[in-house]
Design a binder for this molecule. Structure first.
Ligand code: 5GP
Length: 348
């Protein structure tokens, strides 16, 4: 047993220090980024925020709405090839901004191949809760052999040495995050995890050293957190909870005592496992929770709020473009970041 004593940080532990700037308005800030990826050689241009491949947020409706703002969507892995085909035919622009998600079972692989064939989707999200297994790395290599020119994002991991291994095994983008998610219970159930801000800083450093990219996945609760993730070095940021509860999300609007909400659950929750696999396998604990989130209407308003926040962050540190945000950031360690005295009295 060993203990690491240097402090690892979460979004809540820091603020971004303002800097002198010649920017006069946040409308001067560009959030567009352009990447060329390490292994596939593929290129991409847009606003690097991705809706999570959870069944609530990773929907075709979400992809259509987000594509209008140049954002991406990782479609959940339970969608059939036939539905993908219809979507791709009717919405070529949204398909160009969508990932197909795949796990590491043989069945997943066959299904993903079929989806790629019928939809011509150009981005793959290889997603497992624990990206540290040899089986996962072998699957990634196989996927890369089969799709040499396709963008592959793979995860999740939280440490530099594993980021390097995944980049050397074929990933273009490595997804970072174990345990920070809004409906994730991994840390309570297993005691495993890594504070997300430090994970991003360390993993981005490792990836950029090899010409690779990282996607920060999980733990953002506000536009300020998304800005901090980019400031920490994330090339992409993936959002679940922040995009939940909208019209474009899976599930009906439920009304109780005049309050409207939607059901949102972790993809390893009992609810998701029963829905997609019939039951929770006995050897594993469910590592996700189910919550009722307030209904929030069209996702467009939330997207504009997030993008407005990040533009404003850039203005405070004098970054003309999102690309400069990380270079211009000094994080300061704080003991409190929000004044919550009136939180319980929020006007409707
Ligand atoms: P959020 O943006 O809601 O904080 O985090 C979204 C991320 O949480 C997802 O992209 C995924 O990586 C992770 N996640 C989703 N469902 C579960 C789950 O049931 N268990 C765990 N451990 N993580 C989950």
């Amino acid at each position: 047993m060993r203990i690491e004593y240097d402090v690892k940080l979460d979004f809540k532990d820091v603020l971004i220090r303002p800097k002198r700037s010649v920017l006069t308005s946040r409308s001067e800030v560009s959030l567009e980024r352009e990447f060329r990826f390490k292994n596939s050689g593929a290129t991409w241009k847009g606003v690097p925020i991705i809706a999570a491949n959870m069944d609530h947020t990773g929907t075709f409706e979400m992809a259509k709405a987000l594509a209008k703002h140049q954002l991406l969507t990782a479609i959940d892995k339970f969608i059939s090839p036939a539905d993908w085909q219809v979507f791709a035919t009717r919405n070529p622009e949204a398909t160009a901004a969508s990932f197909v998600s795949v796990g590491i079972s043989e069945e997943d692989f066959v299904k993903a191949q079929e989806i790629i064939k019928v939809s011509k989707v150009k981005m793959i999200c290889l997603d497992v809760a624990n990206g540290y297994t040899e089986r996962f790395v072998d699957f990634l290599k196989r996927l890369r052999d089969n799709y040499p020119d396709t963008l592959i994002m793979a995860g999740n991991v939280v440490t530099g040495e594993m980021v390097e291994e995944l980049l050397l095994s074929g990933a273009d983008v490595v997804k970072i995050g174990i345990g920070p998610g809004s409906v994730c219970t991994t840390r309570e159930k297993t005691g495993v995890g890594y504070p997300q801000l430090s994970a991003i800083i360390e993993c981005a450093d490792a990836a950029h050293g090899l010409g690779g990219h990282v996607c920060a996945d999980g733990g953002c609760t506000s536009p300020g957190d998304v800005a901090k993730a980019f400031a920490a070095g994330a090339d992409f940021v993936m959002l679940g909870g922040m995009l939940s509860g909208h019209d474009e999300c899976l599930g009906e609007v439920i009304e109780e005592d005049g309050v409207r909400f939607k059901r949102f659950y972790g993809m390893s929750s009992k609810e998701a496992m029963e829905k997609y696999h019939g039951s929770v396998a006995e050897y594993r604990a469910s590592e996700g929770r189910s919550v009722d989130v307030p209904y929030r209407g069209a996702v467009k308003n939330t997207v504009l709020d997030i993008l407005g926040g990040i533009r404003s962050t850039c203005t405070y540190v004098g970054a003309h473009r999102l690309k400069e945000l990380s270079k211009r950031t000094t994080f300061i360690r704080v003991t409190q970041q929000l004044n919550e005295v009136f939180v319980a009295h929020q006007a409707k």
